[in-house]
Structures are given as structure tokens and as C-alpha cells.
Design a protein around this ligand. Sequence first.
Ligand code: ZN
Length: 173
Amino acid sequence: MEIAQLGNPVLRSIAVPISNVWERRVQKLTDDLIATAMETNGVGIAAPQVAQSDRLFILASRPNLRYPKAPKMEPEAIINPKIIARSDEVVKDWEGCLSVPGIRGLVPRSSTIEVEYTSRDGKLHRQEFADFVARIFQHEYDHLEGIVFLDRVETTRDLMSEDEYQKMVIVSC
Ligand code: ZN
């Protein structure tokens, strides 16, 4: 699917709750988002990033260079999510986004969160996420609120080009 990029108004809109997870359109969108996340090697993607203003995103953590201990998850559809509680502890780490190509930013996020969401089979889940998965969740949740990670960096000095980021990751690993 084509990715909406920074400047596209859909990335600045508040996404609309999904009323029926069984709707054909919703199930198809879920499949398409999972396929797009896999193709782009992403660990998450939100519906507004493919120009669909729905409260739905995919969480697909897996180990990577920066987070070798990240859990490997089957891609999970997160529908109508709520963040119920956030840890006081906030950690800054690097993020990127398919909708903001070529740039990485150091973003402060709560290290653990307690959330509620519906999965694609209609089940309601209440769960705690920590570290890398909590970071992805908060990043994707922001997309549903019209927020991108650039809005959360504390200073423009916390931005880096993708090329420089790759050099840093390789050196630090
Ligand atoms: Zn993003």
C-alpha cells in the first residue's frame, strides 16, 4: 500500500473508532497493513499511514540491531486502543517512521504502559507493555491522534539523518 507522508493531512487527523471489527473493509485493511509492515520491515504501522482514518494499528515487534532482545511477536491488530496508565519513568530512544522518511529522532516515551484494545477477532484485551513494545505502541497510538514522532522530540538537535543513524547503530553494536 502507498504510505502517506508528512504533509498529508490524514496524518494530522484524529482517527475514527471502528464500530464493527468484522466488517469486511476492516479485516481487509488489517491484512493489507500486516503485509505492508512485513514488506517494509516495519515493527508497526497505523491505518492513517495508508490514508485510512481508522483507530487501528499493527504491532509487530521483533529483534533488531538496536533491540536484540526485543520480543518476536506475530503481527497483532490493535483496534480502538486506550492507554489506561503510563509509568512515571520516561526513556529517550531513537525512532523512525515510514511517513517521515530519512529522519530519526530521539523520542521520550513512558517505559511501561497499561493498555486496552480489541483484537481482530473482537476480543477485548487488557495488557501491560514494556520497553521496545511500549515504545512502538505509543508511537502508533500517536498516529491515531494526528501526532508524529517529530512533535515529541525535545530539541531539533535530537534529529539525525537515516544514514548517520545507520552508522551510529553499526558502531554501537
Ligand atoms: Zn510512524
